[in-house]
Design a protein around this ligand. Structure first.
Ligand SMILES: Cc1cc2nc3c(=O)[nH]c(=O)nc-3n(C[C@H](O)[C@H](O)[C@H](O)COP(=O)(O)O)c2cc1C
Length: 232
């Protein structure tokens, strides 16, 4: 049975940290559709490396404009850094490095080297001044094209940047997509689940891992279980 759920935030919802349902829509904790995790790296005003653990973003674009779309909180260092420098790198960490990923949040001072302090290694980029993270097997270097608030008065701000360069570790460049996903160890931001019917919270956020890939196409290019037969 499908429930028809009113999108208005219910009175019985209790925040487990103050401001949670101001910064995030309560619906995010109900639909629980996960986003891939990556780290946005930028340069601080003093030139030190900045790292922002990120999941509200995507990669999109056609010929000549493969692009990175980011949703950033407007009080983050990364927001200010991109407005000033107009550049960033997208670094995809593997699951084995999730402790260092979270360290980037705990060593989030105004002038420090967040990459080194979090336990990662700085790697110079080829086309931008923003640093890359050596341990991340895939890195994209990006230049700002446009930005705007998600809505008027929103604390969320959208940035679109053109990908200028890609660096990828040959250790994850195997042709088999299943093996490649296993080698890359990509993570997903999985939200703590809220019951929309009574507001009950079933535990904290966690991580997902893209470790199961199904090959759904047969040798003649049709999805397995294809029901529509060719005519004639
Ligand atoms: C799993 C996870 C995903 C996150 N995704 C984002 C995001 O997409 N955008 C954002 O602004 N902050 C996001 N954050 C919060 C930032 O990582 C955090 O506020 C960080 O300290 C900001 O760094 P900065 O001030 O150096 O930019 C996320 C945090 C976690 C734990």
């Amino acid at each position: 049975m499908k429930h028809e759920i009113d999108i208005a935030q219910p009175e019985y919802l209790v925040e487990d940290w103050p401001g949670k349902y101001e910064v995030f829509s309560w619906l995010e904790y109900v639909v629980t559709v996960p986003n891939p995790i990556f780290i946005v790296t930028t340069r601080k005003a003093n030139g030190a490396p900045n790292a922002n653990l990120h999941s509200w973003g995507l990669l999109i674009g056609e010929k000549g404009n493969y692009s990175s779309l980011l949703a950033l909180l407007d009080h983050s260092h990364t927001y200010a850094n991109i407005l000033r420098e107009e550049e960033w790198c997208i670094c995809f960490p593997s699951f084995e490095h999730y402790p260092q990923c979270f360290e980037t949040i705990y060593c989030n001072a105004p002038d420090n080297d967040e990459i080194t302090e979090a336990g990662f290694t700085i790697e110079p980029a080829k086309t931008v001044r923003a640093p890359r993270i050596a341990e991340c097997p895939a890195n994209l270097e990006c230049r700002l094209e446009w930005h705007r608030p998600l809505y008027d008065g929103s604390t969320w701000h959208l940035f679109a940047g053109r990908v200028l360069h890609l660096a990828m570790d040959e250790a994850v460049m195997m042709p088999d997509p299943v093996e490649r996903m296993q080698a890359m160890g990509l993570m997903y931001n999985v939200r703590g689940v809220v019951n929309p019917l009574n507001g009950e919270l079933y535990g904290p956020n966690t991580l997902g891992l893209l470790s199961k890939v199904e090959k759904i196409f047969t040798d003649d290019g049709k999805p397995k279980g294809w029901r529509i037969q060719p005519q004639g």
